[in-house]
Every structure is written in structure tokens, then in C-alpha cells.
Design a binder for this molecule. Structure first.
Ligand code: UT7
Length: 324
């Protein structure tokens, strides 16, 4: 028997406060036209009094509801985030506690920046296919507004807060590219590029989380190559041709990056999911937020073939192919 991880539920949570480009123009020297044309972002959500674990918990609860399951059904919880509530314990255990998961269920965090959701998907899929767990919940959740320098126009216009979750369930497959579920994953890193995107501090260095510092041009250049390569590797591993895919769901950082990746992959613009216009860059939450929203609207449907691709600080990058 070949075990596949089917995705049986999606959920999301966005804080109520919306910060528009015009709002930002009163905070730093910027304007709506610059942000829109250089990034594609129009607005983003900002958490007020809600921590990452609170947002993650709400996204997980909505994904479980969507799957018709309860917290008692879950065998594994992975939270992908770079903005944990506390240094320890993990955000995952805080979520497990608040939602009333069974004692004994493994729960842990993954720190892979904007690739976090793809990393979490890879871990959960591997554990399901090994037969270690049957039902896994993965969630990308970020409170980036807490590590943004609100006086730096180079970065503060880019990021937003939110959480997106998915429920994965073991199912029988044939082991070929006609299966439903996660057909392939791939994850990568290159630690020689840490300087291009990082925070100015951390627990063991400054005892302070610091703020985001980015060399935008370098990140942009590497993002285009890594996002395209990750998508291609995931497609190759799944034995799926580019022409077969229904949707490209890239990490939502900059619409110009997404356009370049799409061109490299030779994928039609109408097959690309964009949500950064109203979410901004939400790091690990960006792919599950985009997915959840487009599944709920009926645009992305059961049976559709998706290629996910992400890239972030580290650098880290990765991809996945999923038949819903
Ligand atoms: O999620 C992880 C991955 N992150 C990313 O993928 C982000 C990758 N990088 C980017 O998306 C782009 O590099 C940015 C959007 C960050 C910047 O776009 P850019 O086209 O690379 O602009 P730039 O940094 O070269 O700046 C161009 C000009 C500069 O002015 P001068 O030096 O030409 O006079 C900046 O000072 O735009 C100026 N500028 C701004 N102007 C108005 C930079 N930020 C702003 C701003 N408003 N917010």
C-alpha cells in the first residue's frame, strides 16, 4: 500500500486592522504609487494585541472545522514562524494547549522564514508517509509587524500579519502521478546568504529580537532563480509536466518577482494565484493564506493540480506539487 497525504481542510485568520499604502505615506516618506508599482501591495493586516499563537490557533480551528474534524483528531502539529510568542515553549505547544489537543501529540515549530510552510508541509508529509501519524495540522503564522522597523521605508511597506493552516490526512494512493494529495516536496538552504535578509538581533546575541534588515535587490535576484528552480524540482519529482498544472501558488513577496518566475516557468498569468495585494508579505503564512482564500472562493477546486514555491531568509527555498 502506498500512503499519500491528502489535504482535507484549509483555514486562515487575518487581524482586523488594515493598513493601506496611504496610511503608510503618513508614517514614512513613501506613496501608494511607489508601493503598488514596485511591489503590487495595496494593503496589509496588522495584529493589535493578538500574538502569533492566537492567530495560528484561529487558523487551525478554522482548518479543522473546514475538514470536519476536532482538535482530538490531530496526531501532529507544526507551526512555521519567525515571530514566536515566546522564546520557549514553542508556539506549537501554545496552540496545542489553547485548542485542547490530546496530551502526547507531537507539536513543534519550524524556523525557515518565508519557506516555512513548504518546510512544514515536507515534514508532515514525510511523517504521514512513514506511517508515524495519520492526521497532521500545519500552520504558517506571523506577527511581522513586531519585527519591522516602522521608520525604514525599504522594509516597513512590505510586510503583514496573519496565519494560514492546512489539515493533512493519510490516504491510500497508487504511488504514481495520478494520485490525490501531496505528490512531491523539496526543501533547500544556502547559509552563505544569511546577510542579505536577517533581523538585527536575537536571543543569544542581543537578547532582543531586533528588526528586519534586507538587501532588497540581492533577495529579489535570488528569489526569482530559487522560486523557479524549486517549482521545477517539485514538478520533476512528481513526474508532472508544467503544462498539466492548474495553479502556481508562489510565496507572496513582490508581484514583479512572481511575474519573472512565471515567465521563467512559461506559465500563463491566469494560472497564478496572487494575494499579496491585500495581504502584503506574510512570510510563512503567505502560501496557506492564498490557498485557503482561493479554495473558499471556489477558484481553486478539488482535483486541481497545484505547484507551490517559496523562498526566504537563510536563504531557504522549497516547493511542492499537490493534487487537491
Ligand atoms: O519574503 C522574502 C523575500 N523578500 C523579497 O523577496 C523582497 C525582494 N525585494 C524586493 O521586493 C524589492 O527589492 C523591493 C520592493 C524591496 C525594493 O524594490 P527595488 O525596485 O529593488 O527598489 P530599490 O531598493 O532599488 O529602491 C529604488 C528607489 C530608491 O531610491 P533611489 O536610491 O533610487 O533614489 C529607494 O530609496 O526607491 C526608493 N524607495 C522607496 N521610495 C518610496 C525604497 N523604498 C521606498 C518606498 N517608497 N517605500
Amino acid at each position: 500500500m502506498f500512503i499519500r497525504s491528502e489535504i482535507v481542510g484549509f483555514g486562515r485568520y487575518l487581524p482586523n486592522k488594515v493598513l493601506t499604502n496611504d496610511d503608510l505615506s503618513h508614517m514614512v516618506e513613501t506613496n501608494d504609487e511607489w508601493i503598488r508599482t514596485r511591489t503590487g501591495i495595496c494593503s496589509r493586516h496588522i495584529a493589535e494585541g493578538e500574538t502569533t499563537s492566537i492567530m495560528a490557533g484561529k487558523a487551525v480551528a478554522s482548518a479543522l472545522k473546514n475538514a470536519g474534524m476536532s482538535p482530538q483528531d490531530v496526531d501532529l502539529l507544526i507551526v512555521a514562524s519567525v515571530t514566536p510568542d515566546l522564546t520557549t515553549p514553542s508556539t506549537a505547544t501554545l496552540v496545542a494547549g489553547s485548542l485542547g489537543f490530546r496530551a502526547g501529540v507531537p507539536a513543534f515549530d519550524i524556523s525557515a522564514a518565508c519557506s516555512g510552510f513548504v518546510y512544514a508541509l515536507t515534514m508532515a508529509d514525510n511523517m504521514i508517509r512513514l506511517g508515524q501519524v495519520k492526521t497532521a495540522v500545519i500552520v504558517g503564522a506571523e506577527c511581522l509587524s513586531k519585527i519591522v522597523d516602522w521608520t525604514d521605508r525599504n522594509t516597513c511597506v512590505l510586510f503583514g500579519d496573519g496565519a494560514g493552516a492546512a489539515v493533512l490526512r493519510a490516504a491510500e494512493g497508487k504511488g504514481d502521478s495520478t494520485d490525490t494529495g501531496v505528490l512531491s516536496t523539496c526543501i533547500f538552504s544556502d547559509g552563505s546568504k544569511t546577510e542579505f535578509l536577517k533581523t538585527t538581533g536575537g536571543v543569544s546575541s542581543t537578547q532582543n529580537p531586533g528588526v528586519v534588515l534586507m538587501n532588497g535587490k540581492e533577495v529579489f535576484k535570488h528569489a526569482v532563480v530559487s522560486l523557479a528552480e524549486a517549482a521545477e524540482t517539485a514538478l520533476e519529482r512528481a513526474d508532472i509536466k508544467k503544462e498539466q498544472i492548474d495553479w502556481l501558488i508562489p510565496h507572496q513577496a513582490n508581484v514583479r518577482i512572481i511575474d519573472s518566475v512565471r515567465e521563467r516557468l512559461n506559465i500563463a498569468p491566469e494560472k497564478v494565484i496572487i494575494s499579496l495585494d491585500h495581504h502584503g508579505n506574510t512570510s510563512a503564512a503567505s502560501i496557506p493564506l492564498a490557498l485557503s482564500e482561493n479554495i473558499e472562493s471556489g477558484r481553486v477546486k478539488k482535483g486541481d493540480l497545484l505547484v507551490l514555491t517559496a523562498m526566504g531568509a537563510g536563504f531557504t527555498w522549497g516547493g511542492a506539487v499537490i493534487r487537491l
